[in-house]
Write a protein that binds this ligand. Structure first.
Ligand SMILES: *Cc1c(COP(=O)(O)O)cnc(C)c1O
Length: 232
């Protein structure tokens, strides 16, 4: 099941790239495996998946030793400051930095370990009250402040678009964040690479790719629906 569904998603990613005239190498598919058993992740791994997304630190700590070491783990969920220390060694990228205080905590813990941690700033483009993230108008100031942290590198931006019936409804959201991303990239801020734009989930990843996503985070379409309700 997982293998077929993963292949289908991979094919859709390729087609969306073709439609948009983009090189498929520019787009990383992150298999969002939260709540799913390691056996299902192993199936996806056998089919070529190397990037897995989780939204809980505990799940990353439990699952990562059970999968091969070449797996890249992505922290995509709201991160509490007291969990930063445990997770920074385990993940290649934290997508969900939603406050300056969290970035400060990452800076502090990364400094102690004398390493640099790659992050994305989460942007609440649709201004949904239920969601974490910076408002679009706050992001530039946040980037300028965090760019001074020597042990944190801002790689780009992430958004969770609203849940909609028709993925076209989210196209303006993706367009807006892409435009802002390009603006920020053009500013060539020190320590800010702006080469990652993480947007698009099961319902709308094709539209997100057409609008410039470089990472899509797909769970349900690969692993099936989740039982437990979880906050995103
Ligand atoms: C759960 C989750 C996803 C994947 O959602 P699906 O709709 O199952 O593809 C993507 N991003 C974040 C931040 C999530 O929490």
């Amino acid at each position: 099941m997982v293998k077929e569904q993963l292949r289908e998603v991979q094919a859709h990613v390729q087609e969306a790239c073709r439609r948009a005239g983009r090189n498929p190498d520019e787009v990383t598919l992150i298999a969002v495996s939260k709540t799913k058993p390691v056996s299902m992740l192993a199936e996806a791994y056998e089919e070529g998946a190397r990037n897995f997304g989780e939204n809980k630190v505990q799940e990353i700590l439990e699952k990562s030793p059970q999968l091969p070491a070449d797996v890249h783990w992505h922290m995509i969920g709201h991160l509490q400051r007291n969990k930063v220390r445990q997770v920074i060694d385990k993940v290649v990228l934290i997508h969900s930095v939603d406050s300056i205080r969290l970035a400060e905590q990452i800076e502090e813990e990364a400094g102690k370990k004398d390493r640099t941690v790659d992050i994305l700033l989460e942007v609440n483009v649709a201004r949904e009250e239920s969601k974490y993230g910076f408002m679009l108008e706050e992001v530039e100031a946040a980037i300028l402040e965090i760019s001074r942290f020597p042990h944190v590198r801002i790689r780009g931006l992430m958004t969770i678009a609203p849940f909609v019936e028709n993925s076209e409804e989210n196209r303006p959201i993706f367009k807006k964040l892409f435009e802002f991303y390009v603006d920020m990239k053009c500013k060539n801020i020190d320590n800010v690479t702006m080469d990652v734009l993480s947007m698009g989930m099961s319902g709308d990843y094709e539209v997100a790719i057409e609008e410039g996503a470089t990472m899509v985070r797909v769970g349900t379409s690969i692993f099936g629906s989740r039982q437990r309700l979880e906050r995103t």
